[in-house]
Design a protein around this ligand. Structure first.
Ligand code: ARG
Length: 482
């Protein structure tokens, strides 16, 4: 019985697959993509399969185009050094690749219809321009290590840009912290009024959070700054490749030594970097939530500049904090990135798989999203107005209770007795708040340690060495003096 149900079940499943797949494959079966694949030999590729496998890759590879050319410039220089290209061929290829790089910069470069990816497009352009010489550049290389190196170069310069905008925000937060260090505000636990806090602490806390986020980003950078080129399909090559040479030419700090590990870095590097991005996003999401909440009428602690609020179509009085709300949502979305990458790569053994291609779709655009968030957050934080009279409202008086207990304890009363005395006064409605605070220890209202936080940030910042790769790129592009 069970057996026959299974047979019927399989028949249904099989017929569904048949019904679904048949039109998919036959729809345009007369449209055959002509021999445009680097790997296409005697069997021609079905159009639908091609569309399905290429997916959004042409769009995604545009992010990588300039780095693909830089990788090729390093690769051919190395090929010449091991006699796989003549000096003349190297010179012609270098000229043509620099020309293509210029076209990318000018926005003239395009991955043509029917061309699978950026790697194929660049090789096709070289072959069109230089004939057989163009076909020589792929010796000792696979698209697997090509995309690996492209990604590393892309990530490296995107991290540089993230660091730059993040540093601007860090400085704004520190200067706002200093500016408002004497303005008190309530601190909350369980979202219940708890203890005195200050705007100095509030702004400074987010600055220190960014300093820690920078430490993680720096670690992600270090892992990125290693050269996978030369791992070819993931197992190296029988050509005597000089991997140390391409490492220097591309301005990498070192190389991924083991070729199998170099290939395993696909997905792993993105996941590590995505985690670093997610940390920054988490910091900003919290700041955005605080800002939405503190700007609502029921708190009224801060006021957002009018240009950062939006109106309502029905309620004429509304000034909504949409910019912060979208910032919060964008940041929450960015925090899903490491999970997406984890799920795509989770059950893959070592070696290359096409699954890895899909990571590009959410990973590559994430840097632009993060930079936009940081720029916008900086604009809002620099123009935010702080309410300097929050504590005139008696509803916040109880937050001074601990101050009073501490005062009595300092005068010699045992802490527990002081606690009880003040507690009873509060219960009887007789507590009189003395609205002054004497917090002097490190990191407290009266001693923010902003200088130390700046040192922490600066010392990490100084560990980034972007110059080495800028100099290397300028050399590859023949632009040392420009
Ligand atoms: N588009 C591919 C990717 O992103 C490029 C590498 C293709 N390699 C291959 N063996 N099919 O992974």
């Amino acid at each position: 019985m069970l057996y026959s149900i299974n047979i019927i079940g399989w028949a249904i499943v099989a017929s569904k697959i048949f019904v679904v797949t048949l039109p998919l494959l036959s729809k345009k079966s007369n449209v055959i993509v002509m021999a445009s694949k680097l790997w296409e030999k005697s069997v021609q590729v079905n159009h639908d399969v091609d569309t399905y496998t290429v997916g959004k890759d042409r769009e995604m590879d545009m992010y990588l185009a300039r780095y693909d050319v830089l990788g090729s410039l390093a690769h051919i220089t190395m090929l010449e050094s091991i006699n796989l290209l003549t000096a003349e061929e190297l010179a012609t290829l270098t000229g043509a690749l620099r020309e293509i790089y210029g076209e990318i910069e000018q926005g003239k470069f395009k991955i043509e219809d029917g061309i699978e990816d950026v790697h194929s497009q660049v090789e096709l352009m070289l072959t069109r321009r230089l004939g057989d010489t163009g076909k020589k550049i792929h010796s000792g290389r696979s698209r697997n290590d090509q995309v690996l190196v492209d990604l590393r170069l892309y990530i490296r310069s995107e991290i540089e840009e993230v660091v730059n905008v993040m540093t601007v925000l860090f400085k704004t937060l520190i200067s706002q912290s200093e500016r408002y260090k004497n303005v008190l505000m309530p601190g909350y636990t369980h979202l219940q009024v708890a203890m005195p806090s200050s705007f100095g602490l509030w702004f400074g806390a987010y600055a220190e959070s960014l300093a820690d986020d920078l430490t993680v980003l720096r670690a992600a950078y270090e892992i990125t700054d290693r050269n996978p080129l030369g791992s070819a399909a993931g197992y190296g090559s029988s050509f005597p490749l000089n991997r140390t040479m391409t490492t220097k030419l591309l301005g990498f700090a070192s190389l991924d030594y083991n070729v199998v590990y170099a290939q395993m870095g696909r997905g792993k590097t993105e996941r590590i970097v995505a985690n670093a991005i997610a940390n920054i996003a988490a910091t900003i999401a919290k700041l955005a939530f605080d800002s939405c909440m503190f700007s609502s009428q029921n708190f009224g602690f801060i006021k957002l500049a009018d240009e950062f609020t939006t109106g309502s179509s029905i309620m004429p009085h509304k000034k909504n904090p949409d910019v912060f709300e979208l910032t919060r949502a964008k940041c929450n979305k960015l925090q899903s990135l490491p999970y997406q990458i984890t799920l795509i790569t989770n059950n893959l053994p070592s070696g290359y798989f096409r699954d890895l291609q899909l990571i590009k779709e959410s990973f590559l655009p994430s840097f632009d999203e993060l930079k936009d968030i940081l720029v916008m957050t900086n604009a809002m934080m620099s123009q935010i107005k702080v309410n300097e009279h929050i504590l005139d409202d008696s509803r916040y008086d109880p937050m001074f209770s601990v101050e009073e207990v501490n005062r009595l304890a300092s005068d010699g009363m045992p802490f527990r007795d002081a606690y009880k005395k003040v507690g009873l006064e509060i219960e009887a409605g007789q507590f009189k708040a003395r609205k002054e605070v004497h917090h002097t220890h490190e990191g407290s209202i009266g001693n923010l340690c902003n200088g130390q936080i700046e040192n922490l940030y600066r010392s990490t910042l100084e560990k980034f060495d972007f110059n080495t790769y800028h100099t290397a790129f300028a050399k590859l592009l023949g632009r040392e003096n420009g």
